[in-house]
Design a protein around this ligand. Sequence first.
Ligand SMILES: Nc1ncnc2c1ncn2[C@@H]1O[C@H](COP(=O)(O)OP(=O)(O)O)[C@@H](O)[C@H]1O
Ligand SMILES: [Mg+2]
Length: 321
Amino acid sequence: MTKQFGAKKAVDDLSFTVRPGIVTGFLGPNGAGKSTTMRMILGLDQPTSGTALIEGRPYRELKNPIRTVGALLDAKWVHPNRSARAHLQWMAASNGIATSRVDEVLRLVGLSEVAKQKAGGFSLGMSQRLGLAGALLGDPKVLMFDEPVNGLDPEGIVWIRKFMQRLAAEGRTVLVSSHLLSEMALTAEQLIVIGRGRLISDSSVQEFVDRASEASVRVRSPQLDALRSALTSAGLTVKEPSSLDQVHPTLVVAESTTEAIGEIAARNNIVLHELASQHGSLEDAFMKLTGDDVQYHGAGTDNDVSGQAGGRSDSMGGALR
Ligand SMILES: Nc1ncnc2c1ncn2[C@@H]1O[C@H](COP(=O)(O)OP(=O)(O)O)[C@@H](O)[C@H]1O
Ligand SMILES: [Mg+2]
């Protein structure tokens, strides 16, 4: 799909498939086009070109939308003076869903105790739970959540994460967006990464991290000097870890493999006590792949992206393009 807002291409020839049974993360910096994509999937925004299909059909052609797909895009749209239960009952009644299901979803999201309180007084975490209850009302096979953990406390984040994983384990299709790779790495199995509306990566979380993060190797040896010169002679970059631990002298070798280093050591008759590959941080991996996109936004006219993914985009200013 492509979505053009005036001169702005919010979603640019984006194509992907979301599979059932796992949580799929939809990752990208703020302004990357995640919400626009989800709105188009749900028929709330009209794509400039392309289509989104849910179980083979565009949203507007679904025979029973609420029983096919549930979504939580903006948790705060509930009527502030309605109770949680009344809000869900109204949704259920207008969709031919039994009242018993209302109590069931309230229990599922842990809101039974506060079901009679006005939703307007709910905390963000409670509003998110109510939004989830609404999404689950029709017991749909497909679920979409747009940045559901934004603004939640750590306990709420863990709860939502586990909840989404449980829904996926039940065989449902779960698509959840976030601008935080660290959160997605803990929640999702599959990862669709976008930047500036375009697809950057579509793979498992592990593949994405492996590909994006710089691989280095940690090697420990009682013959550290001999090892260092053998590695340097082989053209490798050797870093000394800052550790003062003289009992376990260790080197870190940039952009190499355990195989290569093991063989160099063997050729030089060097004893190794430890040989392990290590990866850079998840956020480094994310920045490496989307960094250009972040800079673009920092230099542009969008206000909605300020303050995300570190301040480095701001400092680059408009001079980049
Ligand atoms: N209704 C709209 N009119 C004009 N521009 C929009 C509109 N909705 C989103 N955009 C722009 O499209 C881009 C993608 O926005 P969005 O889908 O909200 O990104 P994300 O959810 O990844 O943060 C942003 O640059 C945003 O400013
Ligand atoms: Mg968004």
